[in-house]
Write a protein that binds this ligand. Structure first.
Ligand code: NAP
Length: 225
């Protein structure tokens, strides 16, 4: 198996709602994408399904899939798109493979009870926890406020801001470079990784707004260039 870093971006949990939405959007934006899964064959199948969906788009770059472990090895930038509760079991086992890479946390600590979304009260954000689990990686938080539905509608521009938090200049700039390639999306520097609790909680606010308005709302920050 060739495990070189020859994909632009890899997604852990690339088979899920956010992972496939991101995979589609990034591929249509010209980035090669590797979709990871706990089961190699699920990753492969998801990639084949995504390739079929994108077959009419001239711009779509290569998409492949396999295990999360392979995904961790196949790109310099790895987006983590698994449920928040799964991170503690999954990431420590991948820490060596993810060393010296940019790792982007998308996880929102949300609880659903009776159809209502609430923010799980925690002392640290999920992105800060990811950084603690991966001490040799360059961690950013991003994509919390974007809906997988909007990502998946690749025929439409993504007219939203993507708030990026990080303590690493490299993690910020490589994540921002990815966002910059997406049609109409704008990367916004949302400051230190310690601000991730704010961006993660914004996602819970949007889930509540979406439930009221039957929408897929996102964030646009006014007054910045
Ligand atoms: N959905 C959105 O619009 C959205 C927006 C912003 C942020 N997020 C965040 O993105 C992350 C993924 O959300 P999602 O809606 O895409 O979730 P999801 O569809 O429920 O799950 C994503 C993938 O995670 C993997 N997974 C599930 N349980 C796991 C476990 N116990 N251990 C390891 N992997 C597991 C599964 O892949 P395999 O079975 O193939 O391994 C699944 O396809 C969450 O942290 C969420 O807060 C989501």
């Amino acid at each position: 198996m060739n495990l070189s870093e020859n994909f632009d971006v890899a997604v852990l949990g690339g088979t899920g709602k956010l992972g496939t939405g991101l995979g589609a959007r990034l591929a249509v934006s010209g980035m090669s994408v590797f979709l990871g899964s706990r089961r190699e064959e699920t990753g492969v199948t998801s990639a084949l399904r995504l390739k079929a969906k994108l077959s009419g788009f001239d711009t779509a770059a290569d998409v492949a899939g396999g295990s999360n472990h392979e995904a961790a090895l196949r790109a310099r930038v790895v987006i983590v798109a698994v449920p928040a509760f799964a991170l503690g079991d999954m990431l420590p086992a991948l820490a060596v493979s993810l060393a010296d890479k940019v790792v982007v946390s998308t996880a929102v600590p949300v609880r659903f009870a009776g159809g209502v979304a609430t923010l799980e009260q925690r002392s640290h954000s999920m992105a800060e926890d990811v950084a603690r689990m991966l001490p040799h990686s360059h961690v950013a938080g991003a994509f919390h406020t974007v809906s997988n539905v909007n990502l998946g509608h690749v025929e439409l521009p993504l007219s939203e801001d993507i708030l990026i938090t990080s303590d690493s200049g490299r993690a910020f700039s490589e994540t921002a470079a990815i966002v910059d390639l997406i049609d109409n999306a704008r990367p916004v520097n949302a400051g230190a990784l310690a601000n991730s609790g704010l961006t993660e909680s914004l996602a819970v606010l949007l889930i509540s707004i979406n439930a009221t308005y039957h929408s897929h709302s996102g964030i646009v920050i006014s007054g910045i260039p």
